[in-house]
Design a protein around this ligand. Sequence first.
Ligand code: SAM
Ligand code: SF4
Ligand code: SF4
Length: 336
Amino acid sequence: MTVQDTLSRPLRDLRISVTDRCNFRCTYCMPKDVFGPGFVFLRRADLLTFEEIARAARLFVREGVEKIRLTGGEPLIRRDLERLVEALASIDGLRDLTLTTNGSLLTPAKARSLRDAGLQRITISLDSLDDAVFRSMNDVDFPVGRVLEAIEAAGAAGLHPVKIDMVVKRGVNESGIVDMARRFRGTGHIVRFIEYMDVGTTNGWQLRDVVPARAIIDALAAQWPLLPADPNYFGEVAGRWLYADGNGEIGVISSVSQPFCRSCTRARLSAQGELFTCLFAARGFDLRAVMRGGASDDEIAAAIARVWTARTDRYSEIRSEETRRMQKVEMYHIGG
Ligand code: SAM
Ligand code: SF4
Ligand code: SF4
């Protein structure tokens, strides 16, 4: 059964944040002046346990979810994540199980054990191939070579195709767009360029920092002829483009310049068990309270269905000066 919201959008995808902690301080996500040494993260008891996450996930699948992505914070910081992956992989009706990571903790052994536990695919974030630019964007001096090794490890473990996500910020890493595409052309990996978004309230986002998807495509098409490709499924966020010479594909996620709220089928579960129906929501529904209050499976599923049925979100379509100043949840909290 698939529930639909007020705009007839089905519930299809679930992003689960397994921790709010991260070992990076990407300037556009967890700027150091806000997320410094004194910042208080969630306590262990506040986090959903793996058992709670797996139970909730099973009920989301009952309500229509086909695809789950694990995220964070940095999901690989959560110990024994393989245990959760294994539990999720065994859910009947789940078609796709994937993970987004900064790659810093993805050794070859970790990639293999995640794959063995049932992870199907992986997305690794990488904002620049230029070591100095990358170190300053992650703001913890993490070298680009280690992320390239992680991408290699993921491919070798069979997590194909590896997606590589690059958030493009004007004047910071936009000059590296073509280099990033060139590096992964013909490897089978898929680079996706993401417009810098006004998520949360701490990153000082300004419209002029956004490089629109069209400009990204134009820069790439000037190097290699590109052909537009159809989406793989309803609600796919990335616009797909194929290299005309058969050397693979790239994606562009145009959340700011060409919003795709009309086909947004994503729910998000925070590390502390709040259910969000939009990346830009101010508040989530406290599913943890329902679960810890002793609700039955049917009651939890009904709560999920109720929240989704009432959903009206279309933030990116109505983005304005006013909406930008509204209270919004932070990206590290719900996992992008
Ligand atoms: N730590 C993991 C990582 O970086 O891949 C997973 C969580 S991170 C919040 C998920 C994705 O959101 C990353 O690819 C990151 O680059 C992206 N992201 C974070 N803040 C963003 C922003 N303001 N605009 C666009 N993408 C953003
Ligand atoms: Fe951490 Fe990912 Fe946010 Fe960077 S984008 S600070 S790696 S959660
Ligand atoms: Fe979905 Fe909200 Fe993004 Fe629109 S703004 S695409 S509703 S998450």
